[in-house]
Design a protein around this ligand. Sequence first.
Ligand SMILES: Nc1ncnc2c1ncn2[C@@H]1O[C@H](COP(=O)(O)OP(=O)(O)OP(=O)(O)O)[C@@H](O)[C@H]1O
Ligand code: SF4
Ligand SMILES: [Mg+2]
Length: 312
Amino acid sequence: MSDILLALQDVHVNFPARSNWLGRVTERVHALNGLDLQIREGETLGIVGESGCGKSTLAQLLMGMLKPSQGQCSRGRGSNKGMQMVFQDPLSSLDPRLPIWRIITEPVWIQKHNSERERRALAEELALLVGIRPEYLDRLPHAFSGGQRQRIAIARALSSEPDVIVLDEPTSALDISVQAQILNLLVSLQARRNLTYVLISHNVSVVRHMSDRVAVMYLGQIVELGDARQVLTSPAHPYTRLLLDSVPKTGAPLAEDLVLRKTELPGNRTLPQGCFFRDRCPLATQGCEKKQALLPQESGRDVRCWRALEDR
Ligand SMILES: Nc1ncnc2c1ncn2[C@@H]1O[C@H](COP(=O)(O)OP(=O)(O)OP(=O)(O)O)[C@@H](O)[C@H]1O
Ligand code: SF4
Ligand SMILES: [Mg+2]
């Protein structure tokens, strides 16, 4: 079993949504609602779920940019090198006024007091690694295409030699043909640099292609967690079955018998009672008014649905 680099235990995150004239918070957005998750050294952990389910909040929490309102987020002993993040839109995450060699070495600039010559040498090495020609290092970000800018963002993330990289929708702003190139680059870098990836995407095909394990999120909780191939080819939770059915696929339909009872997501200001998926779940029945725990199934995955456990 590989080392645990990061562990989240019953993590909750909420944000103030409304306050009264005294400045007292009267309403909160519940973004994460009891998240348990471990990140293992060397893996790619995919995170999927609808818009608003808390994926980016989870990313910020992992990066230490947010503190949990409740629960624990701890780093394992195996790791002390740090984390970096790659965002969806490379243009807005790269300073438009800086030549890219400066952008690429920005993280080490802050950490260590390297000389300018050392930083340039590092930028050259990283540019070659991600497929950017070193002659272009003095250019500004807008001189590059979307795919090249994402390569620059990846080089920047690598400069501080992190052990974990959180990729938040790293290819969703790119053309399909460029997406594949960036994903292949990420795969080859992972092997060469011994990296652990947390890959956030609402694109199930991307996650299936890249991940060892996958966590399916719904309303700030994980509803299914396990081997990516297994979860994404024979999903156990009704929500995962519906999520997969909504993406184009090649095989037989997985959930032709299932239809969402409501199309809109429930709000996250007042959380549902019992199972969070109950008012949309086509399998909801008596018993679902009880709070559901994420429990291990015989097949080795974890599922938050008593009916899925009963069926197998
Ligand atoms: N800083 C914030 N202040 C208030 N509410 C926030 C804040 N950040 C996130 N939220 C809310 O928390 C919930 C989860 O947001 P989050 O960005 O994590 O979702 P997501 O899964 O990344 O969605 P998407 O797929 O659209 O990127 C949403 O309801 C969002 O509006
Ligand atoms: S516990 Fe009930 S409502 Fe929740 S997902 Fe399972 S069947 Fe559906
Ligand atoms: Mg997001």
